[in-house]
Design a protein around this ligand. Structure first.
Ligand SMILES: [Zn+2]
Length: 270
C-alpha cells in the first residue's frame, strides 16, 4: 500500500483547507469540505474492507449508498489540517441507505465528520442528479458575501444581478446565479434539505448571516466559484455607499454570455 498522505486527492484537499484559511474564510472551526471519491482512487492506499468504526449519520441518503467521501472533521480548524490530516479529516463510506458512515481512515483522535454532513450529503445527491461529474461540496464564511447578506436585498435574482454587475467574469463563471437561503439554525437535517433544494438550480447557495455553499466537479472549480462571487461582493461593498457613474448593463451581460457561450438564468436579465 502507498502512503495515503501522498494521495493526490488528499494532498489537494489539505492545500484547499490551508488556502481557504489564508483567505480568511474559515475562522476557528468554520467551514467544511466533502469530496466524493471513486473506489478505484482509494485502493492503492487502503483496504476498503477494513472498517475502523461505524458512525450513525442521523439521516437517510439512499442515492449515496456505497459512496466514498473525504470529509473534514467536526470542531476541527482548517488552519491545522495541514499539520495533522489524519486527525482533522476522515474517509467514510455511506452504507445502510446513508444512515451509517463506515470510517476507513482518519478522525484519528476519536472524532467524527462535520456537523454539516446532512447539508453536504443531501447537496451531493442533488448535484449528482443534475451533473453526474459533480464531486465537491464546500462551505465557508467569506467576509464580503457574509457582510452583503446584512445590507442587500436577499431576493435571489436581485442578489445575483448585483454580483453579475460587479465584475465582467461573474456571469460567465456562475451564469445560473446564486440562490439564497434565509437564516436558519445550522447543523440540522432541515437546513440540509433546504440547502439541497436550492442546489437544484445553482452551484452557489448563500446562507444569509452565515456564509456560502459551493458545489463543483473538483476542488479548483468549486473554490474558484466562491472566490469569484466573494470578489464581486467585495467590489459591491466598496462602492455600495458611493454614487455610481456606470455599471454593467443587462445588454453588456448578454454580450459577455454570448461571447463565452453561456446561458444566464432565465428571466434574471431584463
Ligand atoms: Zn458555517
Amino acid at each position: 500500500m502507498k502512503d495515503i498522505l501522498t494521495a493526490p486527492w488528499l494532498v489537494e484537499l489539505v492545500r484547499t483547507c490551508s488556502n481557504m484559511y489564508v483567505h480568511g474564510w474559515d475562522e476557528r472551526n468554520g467551514g467544511n469540505i466533502s469530496l466524493l471519491l471513486d473506489e478505484s482512487e482509494l485502493t492503492d492506499y487502503l483496504d476498503p474492507d477494513r472498517v475502523l468504526r461505524t458512525i450513525p449519520t442521523g439521516f437517510a441518503a439512499p442515492e449515496l449508498d456505497g459512496k466514498y467521501f473525504l470529509v473534514t472533521g467536526t470542531g476541527k480548524y482548517f488552519k491545522n489540517v495541514q499539520y495533522d490530516p489524519a486527525a482533522n479529516l476522515g474517509l467514510i463510506r455511506l452504507v445502510d441507505g446513508g444512515r451509517t458512515a463506515e470510517l476507513l481512515w482518519g478522525y484519528s483522535d476519536g472524532g467524527r465528520f462535520t456537523s454539516e454532513l446532512p447539508a453536504h450529503m443531501m447537496s451531493h445527491a442533488v448535484r449528482l442528479a443534475v451533473d453526474p461529474a459533480s464531486r465537491v461540496i464546500l462551505h465557508c464564511h467569506p467576509n464580503n458575501l457574509l457582510a452583503m447578506t446584512y445590507v442587500h436585498d436577499l431576493d435571489e435574482r436581485a442578489f445575483t444581478r448585483t454580483l453579475w454587475q460587479m465584475e465582467t467574469e461573474c456571469v460567465f463563471v456562475f451564469p445560473e446565479g446564486v440562490n439564497v437561503l434565509p437564516w436558519q439554525v445550522c447543523g440540522t437535517n432541515e437546513i440540509g434539505e433546504a440547502t439541497a433544494e436550492k442546489m437544484r438550480t445553482a452551484r452557489l447557495v448563500v446562507w444569509a448571516q452565515h456564509g456560502i455553499y459551493g458545489a463543483g466537479r473538483d476542488l479548483d472549480e468549486t473554490f474558484g466559484l466562491i472566490e469569484t462571487a466573494e470578489k464581486a461582493a467585495e467590489v459591491y461593498l466598496k462602492i455600495a455607499h458611493l454614487p455610481w457613474k456606470q455599471t454593467l448593463t443587462d445588454e453588456n451581460l448578454r454580450e459577455i454570455a454570448r461571447h463565452f457561450g453561456v446561458t444566464p438564468r432565465a428571466g434574471w436579465l431584463d
